[in-house]
Design a protein around this ligand. Structure first.
Ligand SMILES: [Zn+2]
Length: 74
């Protein structure tokens, strides 16, 4: 694998150039991890929402709009 910066030859196992030290290939973007984290946050909020509904039976509309706001901002 040739370095994109200095064109030096590097072994395939190298992540960084042996000559100039720059990255040999872009690391995979963490789209998967980000969506997993978002799903975790979503379920956490959902659980908190269900818990809050049990506590605040009178203000369920307010809690619902609040949770919707949070989820839309994820
Ligand atoms: Zn290089």
């Amino acid at each position: 694998m040739n370095c994109q910066k200095c064109k030096a030859e590097n072994a395939k196992t190298y992540r960084y150039c042996n000559n100039c030290g720059s990255k040999l290939f872009d690391e995979p973007k963490d789209n998967y991890n980000t969506s997993v984290n978002k799903a975790k946050i979503f379920f956490f909020i959902l659980l908190a929402y269900i818990g809050l509904l049990h506590v605040l039976k009178f203000e369920s509309t307010y809690v619902t709009s609040l949770v919707c706001d949070i989820i839309l901002q994820l």
